[in-house]
Design a protein around this ligand. Sequence first.
Ligand code: 5RP
Length: 296
Amino acid sequence: MPDNGGNSSSKDFHLDVPAAGEGFFVKGASGCDWGMKNRLADMFNSKSGNTVMLAFDHGYIMGPTSGLERLDITVPPLIPYVDVLMSTRGAFRTCISAAVKKPICLRVNYDSSVLFDDMSNGGGIACDIRNAVRMNASCLAVQTFIGSPGEKNSLELLARTVDAGTDWGIPTLGVVAVGKQMERTEQFFLLATRMLAENGAQVVKSYYCEGFERVTSACPVPIVIAGGKKLPEEEALAMAWRAISEGAKGVDMGRNIFQARHPAAMARAVGKVVHEGFTAKEAHEYYVDILNTSGE
Ligand code: 5RP
């Protein structure tokens, strides 16, 4: 029995203060259970509401992409400047220290290689939920091919991943792939992002497009943008700035970081846009300052 002696008889139940924890800062996650929210809170910064994810999963279909010939050399120096690491289990196991303190977003599907004309024809699960838990994944990433021959198969993979992730409190990142025959239009991204969210993805990865504010508005979960092919640094920062200004909750960027002249400086500059409201111009000046002081 707890000792009741010394307890004050007057109690303040704070009737005028709403209970904590009813709302949640990650869009669409209020109804998720505690473990899933906790993992989302590891990924998204509670102050800015946003995230900088570093994508280095390109090898899963492309082999050694330029800049990622040696994951063990390219990736570790960037880790301090990003919020989440996104890649395959083979990349993590072989090239990233298990002592890393950043949450990982694990690509759990495979697709056909770039040797095929249309990689959307078929993919499957490359890492099941037991192994994703074993990897301590904070998020599961699945590629989807809306409007392409692989649509049905990839939606099935997404749904089964969301089911498994929900059982274990692990959110799923639905990745919008743009098939060869698809155009990067507002209409396409409105459809694809909404479909992924309604099929259960807790976070959606998309490309930036004109009319992006309508895409983010109509998608009930956070959208993070892919960087796509390498752009001049100032343009990549401008794209990130436009995306954040128009409702994106972060970036999941690869080539525009690790193929930059100074990848760590670029990761830091992207973080300034995503978390601190820097304009593209301010972030580019910040990037150039680091370049100049580093002598590279
Ligand atoms: C492809 C992916 C990749 O991780 C992502 O697109 C690569 O990032 P980037 O385009 O910025 O190099 O999810 O489906």
